[in-house]
Design a protein around this ligand. Structure first.
Ligand code: DX5
Ligand code: ZN
Length: 222
């Protein structure tokens, strides 16, 4: 069954503990944490101390999405703060430093992800595919919640799902941006294993209903 990862970007930052407990009770599978540096993307959010603090108040796996330049400089510190998954962007590093980031993340016993922005072709991640635990396909321009999913990005999800199956890899495929009850079905049908959703979950008065609506839109693949 598809996993749902609410993005705390849409939570109340003054009440993160309350909001994390709310998504736990509502049936979330993990908490998605968007880290932005104001350089790689035009927005600034949270960093290592916040990850360390939320680690202490939730048992949900922390899925940390680094939208920062040269993330290899920070991946060990995010792992030390308690991140379970650490995803870096293809566009934010040299090829050499992407390999280095993956190695460092694994050395810290965390799961390593690689993400691509809408303008980047799916083929960009292929050189690392067998070393990765997760590929994150951005279905909006990274930086802000509440945008519309770019349908054409689902072609990349289909292509990567095909490649992961053909090579019999166990890489998880995650979709992030504009996922809601209307778009979740196409994301899952395209082959996504994990759906990130910020506004669709935190913007709802009924988080459990919102999470199950995201799941129920998804076809059961056994
Ligand atoms: C955008 C972030 C997303 C964002 C998704 O750069 O990576 O995780 O929070 O928000 P929604 O679900 O509202 O599009
Ligand atoms: Zn994200």
């Amino acid at each position: 069954m598809v996993k749902i990862a609410p993005s705390i970007l849409s939570a109340d930052f003054a009440n993160l503990e309350r909001d994390l407990h709310a998504i736990e009770r509502a049936g979330a599978d993990m908490a998605h944490v968007d880290v932005m540096d104001g350089v790689f993307v035009p927005n600034i959010t949270i960093g290592i101390p916040v990850v360390a603090s939320i680690r202490r108040v939730t048992s949900l796996p922390l899925d940390v999405h680094l939208m920062i330049t040269q993330p290899h400089r920070y991946v060990e510190r995010f792992a030390g703060a308690g991140a379970d998954y650490i995803t870096v962007h293809y566009e934010s590093e040299t090829d050499e430093n992407i390999s280095r980031s993956i190695e460092l993340i694994h050395r810290c016993n965390a799961k390593a992800g690689l993400s691509i922005k809408p303008e980047t072709p799916a083929a960009a991640v292929l050189p690392w595919l067998s070393e990765l635990d997760l590929v994150l396909v951005m279905t909006v321009e990274p930086g802000f919640g509440g945008q519309h999913l770019i349908e054409a990005e689902l072609d990349k999800v289909r292509a990567l799902r095909g490649e992961i199956s053909r090579r019999r890899l166990s890489v998880e495929l995650e979709v992030d941006g504009g996922v809601n009850a209307r778009t979740a079905g196409s994301c899952a049908l395209a082959g996504a294993d994990i759906l990130v959703a910020g506004s669709a979950v935190f913007g709802s008065d009924d988080m459990a209903g919102a999470i199950s609506a995201l799941r129920c839109q998804t076809p059961i693949t056994g």
